[in-house]
Design a protein around this ligand. Structure first.
Ligand SMILES: *[C@@H]1O[C@H](CO)[C@@H](O)[C@H](O)[C@H]1NC(C)=O
Ligand SMILES: *[C@@H]1O[C@H](CO)[C@@H](O)[C@H](O)[C@H]1NC(C)=O
Ligand SMILES: *[C@@H]1O[C@H](CO)[C@@H](O)[C@H](O)[C@H]1NC(C)=O
Length: 119
């Protein structure tokens, strides 16, 4: 009986460790046939003590025509659960422009690879 409880506790602890160590990837929309990569950009920021870093990615660049966006994939390359957060604050899927806000966790940096697909 005692042994069973011990194993259960270990299993639960192990599971939460895995959950905590997850990467902060974000996937908006879905790719469709004949779409392609419209823009790819990597954002690297170092962490600063007790500070939250925040910045926006705008697509398309000023004066450029935007494609119809099908998917936005944000890959967290920092890992270890230290990665930041991504959200779409303007435009997005089914539109020809978007703004993606990237935000670090307090005191942590960020290393995001952002891929925007369109057709
Ligand atoms: C992709 O986006 C970045 C950041 O907005 C920009 O500097 C770059 O010129 C864009 N590249 C292409 C191929 O549109
Ligand atoms: C988005 O599409 C609209 C309607 O087709 C067009 O007027 C506008 O210039 C486009 N914007 C961009 C950023 O491509
Ligand atoms: C993008 O494609 C979707 C689906 O076909 C359509 O509803 C939408 O109006 C399109 N948007 C633009 C900006 O062309």
């Amino acid at each position: 009986m005692k042994i069973t409880i011990c194993f259960t506790v270990l299993a639960v602890l192990g599971f939460s460790c895995l959950a905590v160590a997850q990467t902060h990837n974000y996937f908006f929309g879905a790719r469709i046939p004949y779409d392609s990569l419209a823009n790819q950009t990597t954002v690297i920021q170092s962490g600063s003590f007790l500070r939250v870093k925040s910045l926006n990615i705008d697509y398309p660049s000023k004066g450029q025509r935007g494609r119809n966006i099908t998917a936005i994939y944000v890959y967290d390359r920092l890992g270890g659960g230290r990665g930041g957060y991504a959200s779409i604050t303007r435009g997005g899927i089914g539109q020809n422009f978007t703004r993606i806000n990237l935000k670090s966790q307090r005191g942590n940096g960020m290393n995001f690879q952002v891929e925007i697909y369109g057709r």
